[in-house]
Design a protein around this ligand. Structure first.
Ligand code: ZN
Length: 381
């Protein structure tokens, strides 16, 4: 098998084409250059497939995300390659005569072309996995855009899956490819340098290969063991969480997280979570702290969420299958955006009577302020 330095020097880390046509799994690893664990996980999967006794249908292909930054061991050179995937920007990259201004422009053009070629070759449905690790220690988890197809897919992973986190930021890789018709998810394997993060991401890849239909998993020890390993890593944490709010901060806030929170951690009503220049920040009710900020600069102090029960998941599933979100447009102060069918324009006064949670139930989770109004958008189902 190729040494790591060789792998880091090219976009396509590996490709496995099955004996029979079938679904495609595209995995991207190292879209942040300081997160090479996903590449090592992929290398192990390919090494296992090389042994020849696993029957694969369709195609597995793995791409390095930010090749230049992976080589240098840095997150990115000029800008975050996982915030650049909005429609306007990608359209600009495609314009004839487009010239890249910096390293990440070049990386994005190449990665875009590589993923499109894989989709072009595909003779079945395409799933796209984006593999990450994090600076803080904590359990592995999965986040995804809230479409019903993606909800169904991530049910395969026995680690916490977080609904509504992807919608908090704009321009992430997975969101773009969801709009192109792929089923996508992002896996956070654990701390950057923890060898256990490679194990977790390898397990995620095996379970994804099985769930996407490339391999029959029941008989394969890698799938069984991977499931057991991830289940053990989850410990006492819930399987399904949803983000209710984001604690936005600026440098002037002098925000200070209380010590001791893992990347996902239950909190009791009234518990002290953090302090800033206005005083103490306490948990409004029983819930879960997600991705607390401990190091470096950032604009997210933490996310606040809660466990989602089976019942609530089922209720929201049924409502969405019925297309009941049509009823939201009948509420006073709520109108369908004429420019985009998947978006409501909402008078902020309305959210006093109709809390955002009602919109969440229908998958409308991308909340943005635009002038005097709010827009609340869902992903394309
Ligand atoms: Zn990352």
């Amino acid at each position: 098998m190729a040494p790591t330095s060789f792998i880091l020097d090219r976009r396509e880390v590996g490709r496995w084409v099955g004996v029979a046509p079938g679904p495609t799994l595209v995995a991207v690893a190292g879209v942040h250059g300081n997160e090479p664990a996903g590449l090592e996980a992929a290398r192990r999967v390919f090494a296992r497939l090389e042994r020849g006794d696993v029957t694969v249908r369709g195609e597995l292909v793995v791409f390095a995300g930010n090749v230049g930054s992976l080589r240098r061991g840095i997150r990115y050179e000029t800008k975050d390659l996982n915030r650049l995937w909005n429609e306007g920007r990608v359209a600009a990259l495609r314009m004839p005569g487009y010239t890249a201004a910096d390293a990440e422009d070049r990386e994005q053009v190449e990665l875009l072309g590589a993923i499109e070629a894989a989709i072009e070759r595909a003779r079945g449905p395409v799933t796209l996995a984006d593999l990450h690790t994090s600076s803080a220690t904590g359990v592995p988890f999965v986040l995804f855009g809230d479409t019903l197809a993606q909800r169904r897919f991530v049910g395969a992973f026995p680690i916490p899956v977080i609904i509504g986190l992807e919608e908090q930021v704009d321009g992430v890789l997975t969101e773009y490819w969801t709009r192109r018709g792929c089923v996508t998810f992002t896996a956070e394997g654990g701390q950057h340098d923890d060898p256990g993060s490679v194990d977790s991401l390898e397990a995620v890849l095996w379970l994804a290969l099985h769930e996407a239909g490339l391999i029959d998993g029941a008989a394969l020890p890698e799938v069984r063991d991977g499931h057991a390993r991830l289940d053990a890593r989850r410990g006492d944490l819930p399987r399904v969480l949803e983000v209710l709010s984001r604690r936005a901060i600026t440098a002037e806030d002098t925000f200070q997280m209380e010590p001791g929170f893992r990347n996902i951690e239950r909190a009791r009503a009234g518990q002290l979570l953090a302090r800033d220049r206005r005083g103490e920040i306490v948990a409004p009710h029983d819930g879960v702290v997600i991705l607390p900020l401990y190091q470096g600069l950032g604009s997210d102090g933490f996310f606040w969420g809660r466990e989602v029960s089976e019942t609530r998941m089922r209720a929201s599933w049924v409502l969405r299958r019925l297309g009941a979100d049509r009823l939201l447009a009948l509420l006073p102060g709520v109108a369908r955006d004429p420019l985009r069918e998947t978006r409501f324009v909402v008078d902020p006064q309305t959210t006093r009577m109709v809390p955002l949670e009602v919109f969440h139930l229908f998958g409308y989770r991308r909340v943005r302020e635009r002038g005097d109004t709010l827009t609340i958008e869902r992903q394309v189902d």
